[in-house]
Design a protein around this ligand. Structure first.
Ligand code: N01
Length: 531
């Protein structure tokens, strides 16, 4: 049985950087195990038509190496899925990581051997490994959710989930296609495939707020400036709550007249970016202020979509803007002006079942060649639970988390010593520009393992007390935010039947979170149980 100092689960953005840090800086015998046949994580699996990142390219990537930052050239404002994959391959090559990655192996179980202070993990290819430290870098949005709709197995056509899109080209030309789900993924897929399919029927449960992306080619001057500004950008990304270059101004919606306010919204709308939510400091904090942004967006949609009935369904919002993940789009609303696109409001016309030939709703019966599930993920906890982890005293993670995920800092779990989680529940993760949070996590974990090794320690474990305090801190912050005003939100587990209904990520912003983690590190991990 092969033994390693550390095993990393996943070879996406986090797994690759973690492998580099542990192998090249701490000289640890390290292996990354990846389910896919190549690196990339999210960007390996999400090959659906239109897949693109919502963070601006020059802010989306590693900043730990000036050389890597400056030697890669982003050419578009928002990078395409395969561009990000190329970027990650470029980084992987520079750091020579591939030789320490085992591909095509999915972890099916992990057991902590208390007497040996080792993790024993098994893969679906019957490989068994031992390691002292196990690091879960499996992503926050990798456990796909295909809703359990009656009859799916009887469907004679093909169906796909956006997050597990096949490598082989999916032929959609002249096909009659159903798309279920209108979140970030669905909003990107629809305009792309509407151009090639014979007919596209979009099933919407809840309308989402979406801002135009206004993607464009970057000018030579812009490219040269962001490379020159490397240090400045790196610092900036660490200072803002979301790890983007924009932060929230002090100015309130109510410091301005309606005309002035709309001018500010209009400018941001024309620019196109997630920074629309930062037009004013109170949009994400006060319902009254938020309503002005929601109304602005609603009016824009009503003015774009020709059919008034469809426009109404698309703007029948049941949650404040930003209480769910805001999305960016390229011609999403314009897509509903096409003759080959239909919108079904699942609120009034729900799906009864999937049939051999298509989908039966309360009012209609549809035939489809293909069904696309853009139905999201069992976010944050799903990837960890799928590993079937068993910690100290035979504690199963599934049981330990049956009422809520319990972590300290989102980084470690009581009863699961020497298991570190990157981007896990209880960390800012999905509320941030992800690579910025990933770098912070990887660097914290590396420093912690280095500390333990220098001090010749056997194990580190989060205490139940600190996990409890951390959950309370998350609850307090979430309760004071607009996030809890969303009726169905994957941030609080509403999208998965049976999932505990608690706010999952840490909503206090990256700088505050980073400070807490830094203090813990400076304090030599006193809050943890170290043996
Ligand atoms: O998933 P989602 P996603 N019956 O959960 C609907 C990141 N991301 O893959 O709103 C019918 O947001 C569900 O309806 P409702 C980003 O962080 C980033 O789109 O729950 N419908 C919703 O419309 C994002 O937030 C990028 O009522 C059902 C949709 O399916 C996260 O990934 C691109 C249903 C799911 O939306 C997830 O985005 C893509 C059911 N049973 C993703 N169950 C970029 O950076 C769910 N739905 C561009």
């Amino acid at each position: 049985m092969l033994q390693f100092d550390t095993i990393i689960i996943g070879a996406g953005i986090s797994g690759l950087y973690q492998l580099h840090k542990l192998r090249d800086e701490l000289n640890l015998k390290t292996l990354a195990i990846e389910e896919g046949s190549d690196i990339g994580g999210t960007w390996y699996w999400n090959r659906y038509p239109g897949a693109r990142c919502d963070s601006e390219s020059y802010t989306y990537g590693y900043t730990f190496s000036e050389k890597i930052y400056k030697n890669w050239t982003w050419k578009e404002k928002y990078p395409k899925q395969n561009t990000i994959l190329k970027y990650l391959k470029f980084v992987e090559k520079k750091l020579n990581l591939r030789k320490d990655i085992l591909f095509n192996n999915k972890i099916i179980s992990g057991k902590y051997l208390e007497k040996k202070d080792l993790w024993e993990i098994k893969t679906n290819k019957n490989k068994i490994f031992l390691c002292k430290y196990l690091i879960c870098a499996a992503g926050s949005l990798s456990a796909t959710n295909i809703p359990n709709i009656k009859g799916l197995k009887t469907f004679k056509g093909k169906y796909y989930h956006t997050g597990r899109w096949p490598k082989k080209k999916v032929n959609l030309k002249d096909q009659i296609v159903a798309q279920i789900g209108t979140g970030s993924s669905g909003i990107q897929v629809a305009p792309e495939i509407a151009k090639i399919v014979k007919k596209l029927v979009i099933f919407q449960r809840t309308p989402n707020f979406s801002i135009p992306a206004r993607n464009k080619k970057l000018t030579k001057e812009f490219i040269s400036n962001f490379k020159k500004d490397y240090e400045k950008i790196k610092k900036r990304l660490r200072k803002t709550p979301g790890g983007h270059t924009f932060s929230f101004p002090k100015r309130s919606v109510f410091d301005f007249t309606l005309k002035e306010r709309n001018k500010i919204y209009e400018k941001a709308w024309r620019k196109g970016s997630l920074s629309f939510r930062a037009c004013f400091g109170d949009i994400t904090k006060s319902l009254k202020a938020n309503k002005t942004a929601s109304k602005f967006i609603k009016d824009k949609i009503l003015n774009t979509v020709n059919d008034k009935k469809i426009a109404k369904i698309l703007t029948n919002f049941d949650h404040p803007f930003t209480s769910k993940r805001p999305t960016l789009n390229t011609n999403y609303y314009e897509t509903f002006n096409r003759k080959n696109v239909e919108l079904i409001d699942l609120k009034t016309n729900p799906i009864i079942k999937i049939t051999k030939k298509g989908i039966k709703t309360k009012n209609d019966n549809y035939n489809f060649d293909k069904i696309i599930f853009a139905t999201g993920y069992d976010a944050l906890t799903g990837p960890l639970l799928s590993l079937n982890l068993v910690g100290k005293k035979k504690t199963k993670l599934k049981n330990f988390w049956n009422k809520s995920p319990k972590t300290y800092l989102g980084l470690m779990i009581p009863n699961f010593p020497n298991l570190f989680v990157i981007q896990g529940p209880g960390s800012p993760s999905v509320l941030t520009n992800v690579p910025v949070q990933i770098e912070q996590h990887v660097e914290w974990i590396t420093n912690c393992i280095n500390f333990l090794n220098i001090k010749s320690k056997k194990s580190i474990e989060a205490t139940l007390g600190s996990a409890k305090k951390w959950s309370n801190e998350i609850k307090k912050l979430a309760d004071a935010s607009l996030f809890m005003k969303a009726k169905i939100s994957w941030y609080k587990g509403d999208n998965i039947p049976g999932k505990p209904k608690v706010f999952i990520p840490y909503p206090g912003g990256l700088p505050r979170y980073r400070n807490i983690c830094n203090k813990v590190e400076k304090n030599q991990y006193k809050e943890f149980l170290i043996k």
